[in-house]
Design a protein around this ligand. Structure first.
Ligand SMILES: Nc1nc2c(ncn2[C@@H]2O[C@H](COP(=O)(O)OP(=O)(O)OP(=O)(O)O)[C@@H](O)[C@H]2O)c(=O)[nH]1
Ligand SMILES: [Mg+2]
Length: 385
Protein backbone atom coordinates (compact mmCIF):
# COMPACT_ATOMS: atom_id res chain seq x y z
CA UNK A 1 0.00 0.00 0.00
CA UNK A 2 1.06 3.57 -0.56
CA UNK A 3 2.08 5.53 2.50
CA UNK A 4 2.89 9.10 3.36
CA UNK A 5 5.56 8.73 6.04
CA UNK A 6 6.12 11.40 8.65
CA UNK A 7 9.12 10.97 10.94
CA UNK A 8 8.69 13.02 14.10
CA UNK A 9 11.73 13.75 16.30
CA UNK A 10 15.14 12.19 15.97
CA UNK A 11 14.22 8.52 16.17
CA UNK A 12 11.25 9.08 13.85
CA UNK A 13 13.38 10.88 11.27
CA UNK A 14 16.08 8.23 11.31
CA UNK A 15 13.62 5.40 10.92
CA UNK A 16 11.87 7.15 8.02
CA UNK A 17 15.29 7.67 6.41
CA UNK A 18 15.89 3.93 6.77
CA UNK A 19 12.43 3.12 5.38
CA UNK A 20 13.30 5.08 2.23
CA UNK A 21 16.52 3.09 1.80
CA UNK A 22 14.67 -0.17 2.35
CA UNK A 23 11.85 0.65 -0.09
CA UNK A 24 14.47 1.44 -2.71
CA UNK A 25 16.46 -1.74 -1.98
CA UNK A 26 13.52 -4.13 -2.33
CA UNK A 27 11.83 -2.15 -5.11
CA UNK A 28 8.81 -2.05 -2.83
CA UNK A 29 7.16 1.17 -3.97
CA UNK A 30 5.20 1.51 -0.72
CA UNK A 31 6.38 5.04 0.07
CA UNK A 32 4.63 7.80 -1.77
CA UNK A 33 6.23 10.63 0.17
CA UNK A 34 8.37 11.18 3.25
CA UNK A 35 8.53 14.13 5.63
CA UNK A 36 10.70 14.71 8.70
CA UNK A 37 9.64 17.07 11.50
CA UNK A 38 11.93 18.08 14.35
CA UNK A 39 12.75 20.92 16.73
CA UNK A 40 16.48 20.25 16.37
CA UNK A 41 18.35 21.58 13.33
CA UNK A 42 21.25 19.10 13.54
CA UNK A 43 18.92 16.08 13.59
CA UNK A 44 17.25 17.26 10.38
CA UNK A 45 20.61 17.94 8.74
CA UNK A 46 21.82 14.45 9.64
CA UNK A 47 19.16 12.75 7.50
CA UNK A 48 20.27 11.25 4.20
CA UNK A 49 17.22 10.21 2.24
CA UNK A 50 14.36 12.49 3.23
CA UNK A 51 14.25 15.26 0.59
CA UNK A 52 15.59 18.57 1.96
CA UNK A 53 12.39 20.45 1.14
CA UNK A 54 10.44 17.91 3.22
CA UNK A 55 12.36 18.59 6.44
CA UNK A 56 10.32 20.81 8.72
CA UNK A 57 11.86 22.67 11.65
CA UNK A 58 9.36 23.53 14.38
CA UNK A 59 9.60 25.43 17.65
CA UNK A 60 12.29 27.76 16.41
CA UNK A 61 10.85 30.75 18.28
CA UNK A 62 11.09 28.87 21.58
CA UNK A 63 14.04 26.50 21.38
CA UNK A 64 16.14 28.05 18.58
CA UNK A 65 16.68 24.78 16.76
CA UNK A 66 18.13 22.97 19.78
CA UNK A 67 15.41 20.41 20.45
CA UNK A 68 13.03 20.38 23.41
CA UNK A 69 15.32 18.34 25.69
CA UNK A 70 12.93 15.47 26.42
CA UNK A 71 10.19 17.86 27.58
CA UNK A 72 7.23 16.28 25.87
CA UNK A 73 4.75 18.92 26.94
CA UNK A 74 6.93 21.45 25.17
CA UNK A 75 7.08 19.04 22.21
CA UNK A 76 3.28 19.10 22.05
CA UNK A 77 3.12 22.90 22.45
CA UNK A 78 5.57 23.70 19.66
CA UNK A 79 3.76 21.27 17.38
CA UNK A 80 0.44 22.99 18.01
CA UNK A 81 2.02 26.39 17.46
CA UNK A 82 3.74 25.37 14.22
CA UNK A 83 1.13 22.99 12.81
CA UNK A 84 0.84 25.23 9.72
CA UNK A 85 4.49 24.67 8.87
CA UNK A 86 3.92 20.92 8.97
CA UNK A 87 0.69 21.25 7.00
CA UNK A 88 2.66 23.21 4.39
CA UNK A 89 4.79 20.14 3.72
CA UNK A 90 1.78 17.83 3.78
CA UNK A 91 0.05 20.07 1.23
CA UNK A 92 2.69 18.96 -1.28
CA UNK A 93 1.71 15.30 -0.87
CA UNK A 94 -0.73 14.00 -3.49
CA UNK A 95 -3.02 12.69 -0.75
CA UNK A 96 -5.46 11.15 -3.27
CA UNK A 97 -2.64 8.73 -4.21
CA UNK A 98 -1.98 7.44 -0.72
CA UNK A 99 -3.73 4.70 1.26
CA UNK A 100 -2.66 5.93 4.69
CA UNK A 101 -0.43 8.21 6.75
CA UNK A 102 2.19 6.66 9.01
CA UNK A 103 3.66 8.84 11.76
CA UNK A 104 6.88 7.42 13.21
CA UNK A 105 8.21 8.62 16.57
CA UNK A 106 10.29 7.60 19.57
CA UNK A 107 8.01 7.74 22.60
CA UNK A 108 10.77 8.51 25.12
CA UNK A 109 11.99 11.93 23.97
CA UNK A 110 10.25 15.28 23.79
CA UNK A 111 9.63 16.30 20.20
CA UNK A 112 8.35 13.06 18.71
CA UNK A 113 6.65 11.87 21.85
CA UNK A 114 4.81 15.13 22.44
CA UNK A 115 4.27 16.11 18.81
CA UNK A 116 3.23 12.88 17.07
CA UNK A 117 -0.16 12.62 18.83
CA UNK A 118 -0.87 16.31 18.08
CA UNK A 119 -0.14 15.77 14.40
CA UNK A 120 -2.23 12.58 14.32
CA UNK A 121 -5.21 14.44 15.69
CA UNK A 122 -4.73 17.22 13.15
CA UNK A 123 -4.50 14.81 10.19
CA UNK A 124 -7.57 12.86 11.30
CA UNK A 125 -9.55 16.04 11.37
CA UNK A 126 -8.59 17.01 7.83
CA UNK A 127 -8.26 13.75 5.87
CA UNK A 128 -10.31 10.58 5.40
CA UNK A 129 -7.26 8.36 4.94
CA UNK A 130 -6.33 6.25 7.96
CA UNK A 131 -3.64 7.69 10.21
CA UNK A 132 -1.34 5.06 11.72
CA UNK A 133 1.38 5.54 14.29
CA UNK A 134 4.62 3.65 14.65
CA UNK A 135 5.68 4.22 18.25
CA UNK A 136 9.14 3.23 19.45
CA UNK A 137 9.35 2.52 23.18
CA UNK A 138 12.56 3.43 25.06
CA UNK A 139 14.79 0.81 26.62
CA UNK A 140 14.08 0.44 30.34
CA UNK A 141 17.59 1.56 31.35
CA UNK A 142 17.25 4.93 29.60
CA UNK A 143 15.93 6.43 32.80
CA UNK A 144 12.84 7.84 34.42
CA UNK A 145 12.03 10.79 32.20
CA UNK A 146 12.10 8.62 29.04
CA UNK A 147 9.84 6.02 30.60
CA UNK A 148 7.52 8.70 31.88
CA UNK A 149 7.33 10.40 28.48
CA UNK A 150 6.61 7.04 26.87
CA UNK A 151 3.90 6.27 29.41
CA UNK A 152 2.17 9.57 28.74
CA UNK A 153 2.65 9.66 25.00
CA UNK A 154 1.57 6.07 24.47
CA UNK A 155 -1.86 6.70 25.91
CA UNK A 156 -2.39 9.87 23.88
CA UNK A 157 -0.96 8.43 20.66
CA UNK A 158 -3.19 5.31 20.82
CA UNK A 159 -6.22 7.54 21.23
CA UNK A 160 -5.41 9.78 18.26
CA UNK A 161 -4.41 7.21 15.61
CA UNK A 162 -6.41 4.54 13.85
CA UNK A 163 -3.84 1.97 14.91
CA UNK A 164 -0.61 2.17 16.86
CA UNK A 165 2.07 -0.20 15.64
CA UNK A 166 4.65 -0.61 18.37
CA UNK A 167 8.34 -1.46 18.52
CA UNK A 168 9.98 -1.86 21.91
CA UNK A 169 13.70 -0.96 21.91
CA UNK A 170 14.04 -2.77 25.22
CA UNK A 171 13.43 -6.17 23.68
CA UNK A 172 15.80 -5.58 20.79
CA UNK A 173 18.94 -4.33 22.53
CA UNK A 174 21.96 -6.50 22.64
CA UNK A 175 24.78 -6.38 25.15
CA UNK A 176 28.18 -5.02 24.22
CA UNK A 177 26.93 -2.80 21.43
CA UNK A 178 27.37 0.98 21.31
CA UNK A 179 24.13 2.93 21.39
CA UNK A 180 24.67 4.14 17.81
CA UNK A 181 25.52 0.70 16.38
CA UNK A 182 22.56 -0.60 18.31
CA UNK A 183 20.17 1.91 16.78
CA UNK A 184 21.47 1.30 13.27
CA UNK A 185 20.86 -2.42 13.62
CA UNK A 186 17.52 -1.96 15.38
CA UNK A 187 16.33 0.51 12.73
CA UNK A 188 17.02 -2.07 10.04
CA UNK A 189 15.00 -4.63 12.01
CA UNK A 190 12.15 -2.12 12.27
CA UNK A 191 11.98 -1.24 8.58
CA UNK A 192 12.32 -4.83 7.45
CA UNK A 193 9.28 -5.94 9.43
CA UNK A 194 7.00 -2.96 8.88
CA UNK A 195 8.36 -2.38 5.38
CA UNK A 196 7.61 -5.93 4.23
CA UNK A 197 4.11 -5.62 5.64
CA UNK A 198 3.31 -2.38 3.82
CA UNK A 199 5.11 -3.40 0.63
CA UNK A 200 2.99 -6.55 0.59
CA UNK A 201 -0.08 -4.56 -0.34
CA UNK A 202 1.72 -2.98 -3.27
CA UNK A 203 2.10 -5.82 -5.79
CA UNK A 204 1.05 -5.29 -9.41
CA UNK A 205 -2.01 -7.15 -10.62
CA UNK A 206 -0.09 -8.73 -13.48
CA UNK A 207 1.99 -10.77 -11.07
CA UNK A 208 1.84 -14.52 -11.77
CA UNK A 209 0.47 -15.34 -8.32
CA UNK A 210 -1.79 -12.33 -8.17
CA UNK A 211 -4.80 -14.25 -6.94
CA UNK A 212 -3.27 -14.95 -3.52
CA UNK A 213 -1.43 -11.67 -3.11
CA UNK A 214 -2.16 -9.46 -0.10
CA UNK A 215 -4.29 -6.45 -0.91
CA UNK A 216 -3.90 -3.11 0.84
CA UNK A 217 -7.52 -3.32 2.01
CA UNK A 218 -6.61 -6.46 3.97
CA UNK A 219 -3.88 -4.56 5.78
CA UNK A 220 -6.24 -1.65 6.45
CA UNK A 221 -8.96 -3.96 7.79
CA UNK A 222 -6.49 -5.72 10.06
CA UNK A 223 -5.29 -2.36 11.35
CA UNK A 224 -8.81 -1.24 12.13
CA UNK A 225 -8.06 -0.07 15.68
CA UNK A 226 -5.95 -0.63 18.78
CA UNK A 227 -2.34 -1.65 19.19
CA UNK A 228 -0.36 -3.89 16.84
CA UNK A 229 2.78 -5.97 16.95
CA UNK A 230 4.69 -7.89 14.29
CA UNK A 231 6.56 -11.17 14.21
CA UNK A 232 8.90 -12.28 11.44
CA UNK A 233 10.72 -15.51 10.64
CA UNK A 234 12.63 -16.59 7.57
CA UNK A 235 14.56 -19.48 6.17
CA UNK A 236 16.99 -19.88 3.31
CA UNK A 237 15.80 -21.84 0.30
CA UNK A 238 17.72 -23.34 -2.56
CA UNK A 239 17.06 -21.14 -5.58
CA UNK A 240 19.76 -22.73 -7.74
CA UNK A 241 17.40 -25.62 -8.67
CA UNK A 242 15.24 -24.88 -11.70
CA UNK A 243 16.52 -26.39 -14.93
CA UNK A 244 19.40 -28.29 -13.41
CA UNK A 245 17.29 -30.24 -10.98
CA UNK A 246 14.79 -31.18 -13.65
CA UNK A 247 17.70 -32.59 -15.71
CA UNK A 248 18.50 -34.72 -12.70
CA UNK A 249 14.91 -35.87 -12.69
CA UNK A 250 14.21 -34.27 -9.31
CA UNK A 251 10.97 -32.58 -8.61
CA UNK A 252 11.24 -28.85 -9.13
CA UNK A 253 8.89 -27.95 -6.35
CA UNK A 254 8.02 -30.06 -3.38
CA UNK A 255 4.52 -28.96 -2.44
CA UNK A 256 4.44 -30.76 0.89
CA UNK A 257 7.79 -29.40 1.95
CA UNK A 258 6.81 -25.83 1.05
CA UNK A 259 3.58 -26.15 3.02
CA UNK A 260 5.36 -27.48 6.10
CA UNK A 261 8.01 -24.83 5.85
CA UNK A 262 5.48 -22.01 5.74
CA UNK A 263 3.42 -23.41 8.62
CA UNK A 264 6.46 -23.62 10.83
CA UNK A 265 7.64 -20.14 9.79
CA UNK A 266 4.24 -18.72 10.82
CA UNK A 267 4.60 -20.44 14.21
CA UNK A 268 8.14 -19.17 14.65
CA UNK A 269 7.16 -15.63 13.70
CA UNK A 270 4.25 -15.64 16.15
CA UNK A 271 5.95 -17.34 19.07
CA UNK A 272 9.37 -15.75 18.58
CA UNK A 273 10.38 -12.18 19.32
CA UNK A 274 7.57 -9.76 18.49
CA UNK A 275 8.18 -6.02 17.98
CA UNK A 276 6.01 -5.65 21.10
CA UNK A 277 5.81 -8.83 23.17
CA UNK A 278 2.25 -9.74 24.13
CA UNK A 279 -0.07 -12.58 24.89
CA UNK A 280 -0.89 -13.74 21.36
CA UNK A 281 -4.31 -15.02 22.40
CA UNK A 282 -5.36 -11.46 23.21
CA UNK A 283 -5.16 -10.39 19.53
CA UNK A 284 -8.41 -9.38 17.87
CA UNK A 285 -7.28 -9.62 14.28
CA UNK A 286 -4.29 -10.99 12.38
CA UNK A 287 -2.60 -11.08 9.00
CA UNK A 288 -0.15 -13.67 7.68
CA UNK A 289 2.10 -12.64 4.79
CA UNK A 290 4.31 -15.18 3.05
CA UNK A 291 7.34 -13.65 1.35
CA UNK A 292 9.96 -15.04 -0.98
CA UNK A 293 10.42 -16.25 -4.56
CA UNK A 294 7.01 -16.97 -6.07
CA UNK A 295 8.04 -20.52 -7.01
CA UNK A 296 8.61 -21.32 -3.33
CA UNK A 297 5.27 -19.99 -2.12
CA UNK A 298 2.13 -22.02 -2.19
CA UNK A 299 -1.37 -21.26 -1.16
CA UNK A 300 -1.70 -24.24 1.14
CA UNK A 301 1.22 -23.08 3.27
CA UNK A 302 -0.33 -19.69 3.99
CA UNK A 303 -3.72 -21.31 4.53
CA UNK A 304 -2.35 -23.76 7.11
CA UNK A 305 -0.44 -20.97 8.83
CA UNK A 306 -3.54 -18.84 8.88
CA UNK A 307 -5.61 -21.65 10.40
CA UNK A 308 -2.98 -22.26 13.05
CA UNK A 309 -3.07 -18.54 13.96
CA UNK A 310 -6.86 -18.69 14.18
CA UNK A 311 -6.56 -21.47 16.74
CA UNK A 312 -3.79 -19.70 18.63
CA UNK A 313 -5.67 -16.37 18.88
CA UNK A 314 -9.21 -17.68 18.94
CA UNK A 315 -9.96 -14.96 16.37
CA UNK A 316 -12.04 -15.50 13.26
CA UNK A 317 -10.49 -12.46 11.64
CA UNK A 318 -7.15 -13.80 10.44
CA UNK A 319 -6.26 -12.85 6.89
CA UNK A 320 -3.48 -14.25 4.73
CA UNK A 321 -1.69 -13.84 1.42
CA UNK A 322 1.60 -13.71 -0.48
CA UNK A 323 4.18 -11.10 -1.14
CA UNK A 324 6.41 -12.52 -3.89
CA UNK A 325 10.00 -11.23 -3.88
CA UNK A 326 11.72 -12.76 -6.84
CA UNK A 327 15.43 -12.13 -6.27
CA UNK A 328 15.63 -13.59 -2.76
CA UNK A 329 17.06 -16.85 -1.60
CA UNK A 330 14.84 -17.02 1.44
CA UNK A 331 11.23 -17.57 2.31
CA UNK A 332 9.69 -15.70 5.21
CA UNK A 333 6.51 -15.16 7.19
CA UNK A 334 5.31 -11.84 8.56
CA UNK A 335 2.63 -12.10 11.21
CA UNK A 336 0.73 -8.96 12.12
CA UNK A 337 -1.29 -9.17 15.34
CA UNK A 338 -3.69 -6.34 15.89
CA UNK A 339 -5.95 -5.21 18.71
CA UNK A 340 -3.68 -6.90 21.26
CA UNK A 341 -4.65 -6.13 24.85
CA UNK A 342 -2.51 -8.31 27.10
CA UNK A 343 0.81 -6.45 26.88
CA UNK A 344 3.07 -6.57 29.98
CA UNK A 345 5.19 -3.62 28.84
CA UNK A 346 2.17 -1.35 28.51
CA UNK A 347 0.96 -2.35 31.99
CA UNK A 348 4.43 -1.56 33.29
CA UNK A 349 4.39 1.87 31.62
CA UNK A 350 1.03 2.62 33.14
CA UNK A 351 2.31 1.74 36.63
CA UNK A 352 5.33 3.97 36.11
CA UNK A 353 3.12 6.85 35.06
CA UNK A 354 0.93 6.50 38.14
CA UNK A 355 3.94 6.17 40.46
CA UNK A 356 5.64 9.18 38.90
CA UNK A 357 2.51 11.22 39.31
CA UNK A 358 2.38 10.35 43.01
CA UNK A 359 6.10 11.01 43.52
CA UNK A 360 5.92 14.34 41.73
CA UNK A 361 3.03 15.41 43.94
CA UNK A 362 4.73 14.42 47.18
CA UNK A 363 8.08 15.93 46.12
CA UNK A 364 6.28 19.14 45.26
CA UNK A 365 4.45 19.16 48.60
CA UNK A 366 7.70 18.47 50.49
CA UNK A 367 9.54 21.17 48.62
CA UNK A 368 6.79 23.65 49.45
CA UNK A 369 6.93 22.68 53.15
CA UNK A 370 10.70 22.94 53.24
CA UNK A 371 10.70 26.23 51.47
CA UNK A 372 8.08 27.57 53.87
CA UNK A 373 10.07 26.48 56.90
CA UNK A 374 13.27 27.92 55.41
CA UNK A 375 11.54 31.28 55.08
CA UNK A 376 10.15 31.05 58.62
CA UNK A 377 13.40 30.23 60.37
CA UNK A 378 16.01 32.47 58.87
CA UNK A 379 18.10 31.87 61.98
CA UNK A 380 18.89 28.31 60.89
CA UNK A 381 20.39 29.65 57.69
CA UNK A 382 22.71 31.98 59.57
CA UNK A 383 23.89 29.08 61.69
CA UNK A 384 25.20 27.42 58.53
CA UNK A 385 27.76 30.14 57.90
N1 LIG B 1 14.96 2.47 17.45
C1 LIG B 1 15.51 3.66 17.65
N2 LIG B 1 15.22 4.36 18.74
C2 LIG B 1 15.81 5.55 18.90
C3 LIG B 1 16.71 6.11 17.97
N3 LIG B 1 17.12 7.33 18.44
C4 LIG B 1 16.47 7.52 19.61
N4 LIG B 1 15.68 6.45 19.90
C5 LIG B 1 14.72 6.29 20.99
O1 LIG B 1 13.80 7.36 20.90
C6 LIG B 1 13.63 7.99 22.12
C7 LIG B 1 13.38 9.44 21.86
O2 LIG B 1 14.52 10.08 21.40
P1 LIG B 1 14.53 11.16 20.25
O3 LIG B 1 13.80 10.64 19.07
O4 LIG B 1 15.95 11.51 20.09
O5 LIG B 1 13.71 12.37 20.89
P2 LIG B 1 13.11 13.61 20.08
O6 LIG B 1 11.77 13.26 19.62
O7 LIG B 1 14.09 14.06 19.05
O8 LIG B 1 12.94 14.71 21.22
P3 LIG B 1 14.00 15.73 21.88
O9 LIG B 1 15.37 15.27 21.51
O10 LIG B 1 13.72 15.62 23.34
O11 LIG B 1 13.69 17.06 21.31
C8 LIG B 1 14.86 7.61 22.93
O12 LIG B 1 14.50 7.49 24.26
C9 LIG B 1 15.25 6.28 22.37
O13 LIG B 1 14.61 5.23 23.04
C10 LIG B 1 16.99 5.34 16.80
O14 LIG B 1 17.75 5.72 15.90
N5 LIG B 1 16.35 4.15 16.69
MG1 LIG C 1 16.16 15.01 19.57
Amino acid sequence: MKLALIGFGQAGGKVVDEFLAYDEAIGGGFINSAIAVNSATTDLKGLENVPKENRVLIGQARVKGHGVGADNELGATVTEEDIDEIQGAIDRIPVHEIDAFLIVAGMGGGTGSGGAPVLAKHLKRIYNEPVYGLGILPATDEGGIYTLNAARSFQTFVREVDNLLVFDNDVWRSAGESVQDGYDRINREIVERFGLLFAAGEVDDDDDVAESVVDSSEIINTLEEGVSTIGYAREEVDTSGGLLSSFRGEEEFDEGQATNRMTSLVRKATLGRLTLPCDVSSADRGLVVATGPAEHLNRKGVERGRQWLEDETGSMEIRGGDYPLSDRDEVGAIVLLSGVTDVPRVDQLQEVAIEAQETTESVRANAQDEFASLMDTGGELDALF
